[in-house]
Design a protein around this ligand. Structure first.
Ligand code: TXA
Ligand code: MG
Length: 512
């Protein structure tokens, strides 16, 4: 038995310009021919199109046949062979058997051309194309061309969307057994998360690169892959409201109302963090950002992994956020972790970040959910600019500032030999260093084996411990300026520079 791809015509392989009566009105999408050439290596191609304009008397049946005939010739000359063209000429009122989403033509093709529908696909820009696939036991892919973007809200959330036909074709060619291929990608990703590895997964906003939110070592790896110059706090993704309890110390009523109304969806809520959330996830802040994504694969992955997944967008620092799996591998190259390829992201911009840690809710980052929608649920909110303009201090320390800095003055230096170890000076060292005792309470060794990843994991906790000793100063040793060392140095530099009244070097009296 053969496999087939059933293609919608208007909005899927050609631009949708309304009822087409003349081939002069036909324009192929630029990637139609290359996509179909690739697909036909493994699939028989069919066109299935509803042309209700015929039944409505707006165009003639012969005109439509003529347009299709010329398009077929054009494609043939371009090396693309369409096995058969199926046209439903009826309006919806005629209640025919052949209009999509009825599977009539797919079943006809199956019978005439010996097609196995269970290994076949439908590509279309209308939700009824995907439903047709369901009704025929095939797999439907939705494209955002044509009317795709307009009808997207009607498309069930478990359906895959693509920016255009070429993306859809590529997905088909890499997922010949779509249902089990998706399951397999998620199964492997869940195992990777459990074993402390990174995975890339789709959300409705952008693709994320994630790890077990409770595994600090795995989280450090995220920063390395992203080449982030500093440790921004990450968003922790959950699949069930119950998961919030293990992440947040307090869950204010407003959070419950927002979560009930908007989750799963592109809203991130910042709450006081539970002690069990590693510092590296929150960049040393006492708060944690949490969201429940709407993407079905993301939710499935989180549930299967059995842990919340901390994830930033899966791009290199400073580059555009990825909204397809291919974007991710183009940017991350050979370092790309295991990818769950869930097609294109439906929202395409990052989530709205709202903080509920102060007197009044604050939108820290505008995103997928509008301010108005939030205000409808919990009343007036501020945005970060308004807070700044009002001259009010941020409602919780470090809430708007991105970086944790100790209250004890911190100095970042290259050569430790000049500095005296006394009981008023703490040392933040990268590795075991001659002249410093590992067991000395004033000495913190970030990694005894000089491992940058381990150093990253320990950084914030070590800084906090030294900060709690009521010292006069903390001397931090600059790390090798490579890999994660860059991120750590940048973080240390910010911590050293955070108090402008502070000298940048200890006075002579502090020196040997
Ligand atoms: O849509 C999204 O939110 C995507 C997908 C993958 O979920 N994620 C994303 O992550 O955009 P990222 O790391 O690129 O951005 C996280 C944002 C930053 O603006 C960060 O400052 C803020 O969330 N954020 C995270 N934790 C915070 C905290 N504890 N307090 C304040 N802001 C926080
Ligand atoms: Mg269409």
């Amino acid at each position: 038995m053969k496999k087939a791809v059933f293609l919608d015509r208007d909005g899927t392989i050609i631009h949708d310009v309304g009822h087409i009566s003349d081939s002069g009105q036909v324009t192929l999408f630029t990637d139609t021919v290359p996509a179909l050439r690739e697909l036909q290596q493994e699939y028989e191609l069919f066109i299935v199109t509803n042309q209700s304009g015929i039944g409505a008397g707006l165009i003639g049946k012969c005109e439509v046949d003529q347009v299709n005939c010329e398009l077929d010739n054009y494609l043939r000359e371009a090396g693309v062979y369409i096995k058969a063209w199926y046209v439903c000429p009826h309006t919806r009122n005629e209640n025919c058997q052949c209009s999509k989403p009825k599977p009539y033509f797919l079943k006809q093709a199956a019978a005439e051309y010996d097609i196995d529908l269970s290994r076949s696909f439908v590509i279309g820009d209308h939700p009824h194309d995907v439903t047709t696939a369901d009704n025929a036991g095939a797999f439907g892919l939705y494209v955002l061309t044509g009317h795709g973007a307009k009808h997207l809200p009607e498309l069930p959330y478990d359906k895959l969307v693509f920016h255009g036909i070429h993306e859809a074709a590529d997905w088909i060619l890499t997922h010949p057994e779509p249902v089990s291929d998706i399951r397999r990608e998620i199964n492997i990703a869940a195992e990777y998360i459990q074993s402390g590895k990174l995975v890339v997964f789709p959300t409705e906003t952008v693709y994320g690169v994630g790890a077990d939110a409770f595994n600090a070592g795995a989280i450090a790896e995220i920063f390395a892959v992203k080449e982030r110059p500093s440790f921004n706090p990450l968003i922790v993704h959950i699949a069930d409201l119950d998961d919030l309890k293990q992440l947040a110390k307090e869950i204010p009523e407003q959070a419950v109302r927002l979560a009930d109304a908007i989750w799963p969806g592109p809203l991130t809520i910042v709450l006081p963090k539970a002690d069990t959330v590693p510092d590296i996830v929150t960049a040393g802040k006492p708060t944690v950002a949490v969201r429940m994504p709407e993407n079905v694969s993301a939710l499935q992955l989180i549930r299967q992994a059995g842990v919340p997944i901390a994830a930033p967008s899966a791009n290199k620092f400073g580059f555009t956020s990825p909204t397809t799996a291919a974007h991710v591998s183009e940017q991350l190259g050979a370092e790309t972790p295991w990818i769950v390829d869930g097609g294109a992201c439906r929202v395409g911009v990052e989530s709205t970040v709202v903080s509920l840690t102060g007197d009044r809710p604050v939108i820290l980052r505008p995103g997928g959910v509008l301010r108005e929608a939030i205000e409808e649920i919990i009343g007036p909110v501020w945005d970060a600019d308004e807070i700044e303009q009002s001259g009010e201090a941020p409602q919780s320390p470090g809430m708007l500032a991105n970086h944790y800095a100790p209250t004890t003055p911190l100095y970042l230096i290259d050569d430790l030999n000049d500095y005296l170890a006394d009981n008023k000076t703490g040392f933040l060292l990268f590795q075991v260093t001659e002249g410093f005792n590992v067991n000395d309470p004033y000495v913190e060794i970030l990694s005894e084996n000089a491992d940058l990843k381990e150093a990253a994991v320990n950084l914030y906790a070590a800084m906090r411990r030294l900060d709690s000793l009521n010292l006069n100063r903390i001397i931090a040793q600059r790390l090798p300026d490579e890999g994660l060392g860059k991120a750590i140095n940048d973080r240390l530099r910010k911590a050293a520079a955070s108090d402008s009244t502070r000298d940048y070097a200890p006075s002579e009296a502090d020196r040997l």
